[in-house]
Design a protein around this ligand. Structure first.
Ligand code: NAD
Length: 475
């Protein structure tokens, strides 16, 4: 059969129209070797693989693909939330299983995806300008021991939603559960058609790996979640850094507060996961008139009030005095309240979740971030004294604070003085991170560098596109 030139042209045109260009470009992806579901022996390989994956992610996948893959990540992570909570509890020996399940569910359900990548537009006589949220590229993410897999899930959703790949350096004390979690998410990404190695880590986390990450030209941004030593090290590296550091959140209870509510909420917040959250209530400043009632209501909630002698024994356990300055004894971080009591010979209080103590503002439990279910309560003669003491204890971290009050002037004044990233009124500080409160959830609260409660938008850079001469404008 002979075909005419027009017929051949038509056939060619139809074939070309049916070719999936996206598929072709995926076939021509550069090959990636090594790694076991994103877990690599060497950090350099983890970086190289993530670099290739990011180029693929940003060039060959649409926003709809990001949305679909993030949804699949949520489904997988939710299926494994209880298992992950148990693994973290077993490996780190810190916190409470049931609260860890809650933390996992919060990050899985309430970490925003691509929906928070909004475009700004200005349309005027001189044309049309749009500013969009573009990826940084590959991000190096340092994660803590206190919310290890929660941070991996949260950072993965936020960072890949922004079009990035990520190389994690996890805390050595949580390396097994982190590798397990990363592999689960990695498998989900690949099974749903996403690129291999979009999320990677080095199997054996090391401090030197952090230096390799900060020195690599392929890493365009560092995101550090943990103590101030780590955040400051990243900031000194010269690499653009989003730093989420320590807090020591004070709570003020004034003489207008609903004391029953305050006792209930503070008990819940300060005992949640044995006070491991950086944003959990760490010390209370209460006006004298309200103090006895607050303490007795907290006891009714289930708190155990330490005697001065018991407090001394617990301080000796939990704090190390180095030439007059106190540091926490890491052995006791995140341990159950009942274990503290058992260690000092107090029996019969197996069910308490929180120890409270009546102390002065200079006590190390007030001034040092201790991540333990031990909550000091300081009596103050006036509201001004509460504010002054709270600002001192918060120590410029600008992390989290809360107040229980019905006095709007008090609420406003404290908010202005304390300058924290999260400020909760009449509720547990947990609510400030979306756990039982409005707003999204994150495990990376970037106070020091100012991004606040991070989400996908925080891990993008702004790029402007300007169409001059009024083109495309319809008015
Ligand atoms: P950590 O600082 O001991 O460790 C955090 C991470 O940093 C780990 O991966 C660790 O290996 C690494 N690291 C530690 N020192 C480093 C250094 N000098 N250089 C490079 N990397 C270093 O913290 P942690 O005990 O795992 O977590 C608890 C701390 O993290 C608390 O201070 C808590 O307030 C803070 N935290 C803050 C947030 C937040 O969102 N702001 C969230 C969770 C935890």
């Amino acid at each position: 059969m002979e075909l005419k030139a027009e017929e051949i042209q038509l056939i060619v045109q139809q074939v070309l129209e049916n070719i999936d260009v996206k598929k072709l470009s995926r076939v021509s992806r550069p090959p990636v070797s090594g790694g076991d579901c994103g877990v690599f022996k060497c950090v350099k390989e983890a970086i190289d693989a993530a670099y290739l994956a990011q180029r693929d992610w940003v060039n060959n996948y649409r926003l709809e693909d990001r949305r679909r893959i993030i949804e699949a990540i949520r489904v997988t992570a939710e299926k494994h939330a209880e298992e992950l909570a148990k693994m973290v509890r077993d490996e780190t020996g810190m916190g409470r299983y049931e609260d860890k399940v809650q933390k996992h569910l919060a990050v899985i359900r309430k970490t925003p995806g691509v929906e928070c990548l909004t475009t700004d537009a200005v349309s005027g006589d001189a044309g049309l300008m749009i500013e969009e949220c573009a990826p940084f590229g590959v991000i190096g993410a340092i994660t803590p021991s206190t919310n290890p897999t929660e941070t991996i899930i949260n950072n993965t959703i936020s960072m890949i939603a922004g079009g990035n790949a990520v190389v994690f350096n996890v805390h050595p004390g949580a390396k097994k559960c982190c590798a397990y979690c990363l592999k689960l998410l990695h498998k989900t990404i690949v099974e749903n058609g996403g690129p291999k190695n979009l999320i990677t880590m080095q199997e054996e986390p090391m401090m030197e790996a952090v230096n390799v990450l900060t020195a690599s030209p392929k890493i365009r941004l560092m995101a550090g979640t943990g103590g101030m030593g780590m955040v400051n090290a990243l900031l000194r590296s010269g690499k653009k850094t989003i730093g989420a550091g320590a807090g020591n959140p004070p709570v003020i209870v004034d003489d207008t507060a609903d004391i029953l509510l305050a006792a209930k909420e503070i008990y819940r917040g300060a005992s949640f996961d044995n006070n491991l959250l950086c944003l959990a209530e760490k010390e209370v400043f209460v006006m004298e008139d309200a103090a006895d009632k607050l303490i007795s209501e907290m006891e009714k909630e289930g708190a155990y009030l330490l005697s001065p002698d018991e407090l001394n024994k617990i301080t000796e356990l939990a704090m190390i005095n180095k030439d007059g300055t106190y540091q926490i004894n890491k052995k006791w971080v995140g341990k159950d309240a009942a274990l503290f009591l058992k260690e000092i010979g107090v029996c019969g209080c197996r069910n308490t979740r929180l120890l409270i103590c009546d102390t002065d503002e200079n006590h190390p439990f007030v001034q040092v971030e201790q991540l333990m279910p031990v909550l000091p309560i300081v009596r103050c003669r006036s509201f001004d004294e509460c504010v002054r003491a709270a600002v001192k204890a918060e120590a410029g971290n600008r992390h989290t604070a809360s107040i229980f009050s019905k006095n709007v002037d008090h609420m406003t004044y404290f908010g202005k003085e304390i300058e924290t990233t999260i400020y909760t009124k009449n509720g547990a500080t947990l609510k400030g991170v979306g756990i039982g409160g409005e707003g999204h959830t994150t495990m990376t609260i970037a106070g020091p560098t100012g991004e606040g409660l991070t989400c996908a938008r925080s891990f993008t850079r702004k790029r402007r596109c300007m169409l001059a001469e009024g083109g495309l404008r319809i008015i």
